[in-house]
Design a protein around this ligand. Structure first.
Ligand SMILES: [Zn+2]
Length: 167
């Protein structure tokens, strides 16, 4: 049987931030946070919009500059107000809960949008991986529990569960 291989595409987590599927804080329906300008989180003074087509709630903000013409970024899972927060199970700008998230292996598996979910799936499905991922790519930054081969089945099931949210 042919083994599936995953070719690194050198995709950074940041490259999936053009669209966040989130849970509307007002009605719990699935909704979106999108960038109206440059989708890069590093570009300041970009307009970001939240809109829920179910209840009509909408919100807009402009990202701030750090004085060096870059956005102020915070990495990790601790939310900080007024800055761009990358790395938790919420959108970077408003901090709304991601729609695509589910408990898995005592952690939370999450994805920003459908393309991100597909990317994770391809990674986890692969039985052989390139041994030296680009150090900033999504796969190199993935937590160990997702990369662990013993969790592969459980992670794939969780991904499938999230895929079914589109059905
Ligand atoms: Zn709503």
């Amino acid at each position: 049987m042919m083994k599936k291989t995953f070719r690194n595409q050198h995709r950074m987590l940041e490259s999936f931030g053009y669209e966040f599927l989130v849970t509307c804080p007002s009605c719990n329906h699935y909704s979106k946070v999108i960038s109206l300008g440059d989708p890069s989180p590093y570009v300041p003074r970009t307009s970001i919009r939240f809109v829920c087509t179910n209840c009509g709630m909408s919100k807009e903000l402009k990202t701030k500059s750090n004085g060096y013409n870059q956005s102020i970024i915070s990495y990790g899972s601790q939310w900080k107000d007024g800055v761009v927060n990358i790395g938790g199970s919420y959108d970077w700008y408003f901090g709304y809960s991601l729609y695509l998230q589910t408990p898995c292996c005592a952690h939370t598996l999450w994805a920003y949008n459908r393309e991100h979910l597909t990317y994770l799936k391809r990674y986890v499905e692969a039985e052989l991986r390139e041994s030296h991922p680009y150090y900033l790519s999504v796969e190199s930054r993935l937590p160990a529990w997702i990369k662990s081969s013993k969790n592969r089945e459980a992670v794939l099931q969780a991904i499938e569960k999230l895929e079914n949210k589109f059905a």
